[in-house]
Design a binder for this molecule. Sequence first.
Ligand code: PGA
Length: 256
Amino acid sequence: MAKGRRFLIAGNWKMNGLKKDGCALAKSVAKSLKKAKGKKQPFDRLVCPPYTLLSRVADAIKGSGVKLGAQDCHVAEKGAHTGDISPHMLKDVGCKFVIVGHSERRTDHREVDAKAKAKAEAVIEAGMIAIVCIGETLAQREAGRFISVNQRQLKGSLPAAATAKNTVVAYEPVWAIGTGLTASPEQAQEVHAVIRAELVKSLGEEEGNGIRILYGGSMNPKNAKELLAQPDIDGGLIGGAALNADDFRAVAAGCK
Ligand code: PGA
């Protein structure tokens, strides 16, 4: 990670957690990652539980310095959208971040770049930070198209008013998500450097170099340190390993 950027360790709980275990997990995360009194936090911490747990988790992490995020949202502020949740509702319940364009949304709900972009813009409009996910499939990687795929997705999904303050990008190679396969630090850095160059090209030096780029895809206590040591990897979007407070803390410990 370069000077001027701060690590962000984000847990994406996906569709996991009932009241009891979700609250217990939030409390353990809050306890193990609590900011030491008087000490500067070495990294930002975030948990993104399912909608049903947001309120409870907000209470469980209060005062710990761990922030709350959501996994998706609708683009509208309110209205006739049965089953959807608006950015304003998420803000109201205490969210500071919202993940948009995750590959599981793209696959399960046929979300395209334009949709991810519109959602990111709605998140920013509501005063929160958008975590915009991009990443190639295995077929695209094997066909040698992974650079152009990520460039295209970034271009299509990046919110118009993106700044270092309101936007985070997450590179999540689809083939590494939940599979136990991880991009090597070199493979990840290669794509992160391309994303960085694109950000600088479209937003200028200051914002482009300021935006945090997270790696996601089977990040765990074993591989986190090496991944986080890469110059353009500014944190992680962590799925499986975020469901265990010890593993999540161990991943965070890789921020140096
Ligand atoms: P994983 O998920 O860590 O379980 O691979 C990451 C993600 O999809 O955000």
